[in-house]
Design a protein around this ligand. Structure first.
Ligand code: PFF
Length: 463
């Protein structure tokens, strides 16, 4: 049975695939810009605490559920609860979340691909910073460019997932992840030699009291879900292709440490380059797409590194996107008995359609201003003062609500619903670190729910 669903070829294959899921746009695009906006050091420290106390325990819980049930989220919740129990809905929420996230994630990945192309064709060389900055605005506002790259990126994601666990996801993770580490290392060596390196290390690691707000703390917590791919069953799904005696603790720690290391390294690549060119670290979502080409165009050898940087971003996005699509496809494979090809084409096709409005949010009146007007009353209720276009609304919905709700449900399920004996057996099977079992249960029972509840209160504007 397990064999026919597919299994990882080796433990390293699983670790690379799971790290591939975790390491994505969240690490290289989002983490640096939210670090920049929140003043650096102290934010980074809080983020590390959130990863250790909230992210890591949920990662272990997810992999444990998948590994024990050998099923993707809906089937896994069903298998581990009583017949007819509503917990399967928590798995269903994960499947819906996968649709939502991948639909807009693919658009940002499209920018990365477009920027790889632009830098390969020397578009940035010899232009003024204003001109380079304006390119991002033009890309964002072009329905054609966004839709085209979205289709190409989804096509690549679908092709990999169709090829299966070992022949698709694991194979490509084994190729793309080492390439990603190598590129990051090359960029890091370059950044280390730039003038701004010392200032960047100071910015990222020295805690400056007073720079951080309560909202920043909650942003760090919310981001720890997104960056580790938690709260929607991606790790349940990947865990379900593991053998039952694989070491849960070591693999979860390895994946979390790799993810964190890449996020920090990304900062130590970006900020030195940004500081060397006298640019601002708090540039928001455009940080990577505006500041990096501007800065590199002024630095020696910079134009050779620009395509490498955007290729890094593309690879990171691709290995995350395949995990998102796998969650959606595996539901139809496991629960509806569809073939992998049919399930992947159907879910991938639907996600591609769902992403088109995101791809057009910057250029079309309907999905831009139209949806902004439409969402304004709802968002007012949630404590926001303006509406959002389709793209921003999907990102907001997924990162602020769907992932934290999903993560909370997974924690509550494992900590309070699964029987003590079964949970302890499932956790300790195959690991030398069984002694941390009660610490883990404590974190899941109390710390995670309180933390996530705080995120909700923040989302509705109470704190
Ligand atoms: N972890 C990915 C990132 O940091 O970009 C995003 C992601 C992938 C979130 C897969 C959720 C997921 F299931």
């Amino acid at each position: 049975m397990a064999e026919s669903r597919g299994q990882w070829g080796s433990r390293l294959g699983f670790i690379l695939a799971a790290a591939g899921s975790a390491i994505g746009l969240g690490n290289i695009w989002k983490f640096p810009y939210i670090t920049g906006e929140n003043g650096g050091g102290l934010f980074v420290l809080i983020y590390l605490v959130c990863i250790a106390l909230v992210g890591l325990p949920i990662m272990m819980a997810e992999i444990m559920i998948g590994r024990a049930a050998q099923k993707s989220p809906v089937g896994a919740f069903r298998a581990l609860s009583r017949p007819g129990s509503p917990w399967a809905l928590a798995g269903g929420l994960g499947v819906v979340t996968a649709f939502v996230i991948l639909s807009y994630y693919s658009v940002v990945a499209g920018w990365a691909m477009h920027y790889t192309w632009l830098s390969l064709t020397d578009t940035f060389a010899g232009r003024t910073p204003d001109e380079i900055g304006a390119i991002f605005g033009a890309v964002y506002g072009s329905e054609e460019i966004n839709a085209l790259w979205h289709l190409i990126f989804m096509g690549a994601t679908i092709s990999i997932v169709i090829a299966g666990i070992r022949g698709g996801i694991e194979l490509w993770s084994r190729i793309l992840m080492p390439a990603l580490f190598l590129i990051l290392l090359i960029l890091f060596v370059y950044a280390m030699q730039s003038e701004g390196f010392g200032q960047a290390v100071e910015f990222v690691f020295a805690p400056h009291a007073g720079d951080l707000t309560a909202a920043g703390v909650l942003e760090a917590l919310g981001h720890s879900f997104f960056t580790l791919s938690l709260g929607m069953g991606a790790m349940i799904t990947y865990g379900s292709y593991l053998q039952r005696d694989e070491d849960l603790v070591t693999t979860s720690v390895t994946v979390s440490v790799l993810d964190t290391a890449v996020a920090l390294l990304a900062c130590l690549v970006l900020f030195p380059i940004i500081f060397s060119a006298d640019l601002e670290p708090a540039a928001g979502p455009g940080l990577v797409f505006r500041s990096i080409p501007i800065a590199l165009s002024q630095m020696p050898g910079g134009m050779v590194l620009a395509p490498l940087f955007f290729l890094l971003l593309t690879f990171a996005a691709l290995t995350s996107a395949i995990s998102l699509l796998e969650v959606a496809a595996s539901y139809f494979i496991d629960e509806r008995g569809w073939s992998r090809t049919k399930a992947t084409l159907a879910t991938g096709g639907l996600i591609t359609l769902l992403g088109l409005p995101s791809a057009m949010s910057g250029g079309s009146r309907m999905f831009g201003q139209g949806v902004t007007d439409l969402t304004a009353p709802l968002l007012k209720l949630l404590g926001r003062d303006a509406g959002m276009n389709w793209f921003d609304f999907f990102d907001y919905l997924a990162s602020n609500w769907m992932l934290p709700i999903g993560g909370m449900l997974i924690a509550l399920f494992v900590a309070w619903r699964v029987g003590d004996a079964a949970r302890e057996q499932a956790f300790t099977a195959g690991t030398r670190f069984g002694r941390i079992y009660w610490t883990w249960v404590f974190l899941l029972r109390f710390i995670v729910p309180v933390g996530v509840f705080a995120v909700f209160l923040h989302a509705i504007g109470v704190i």
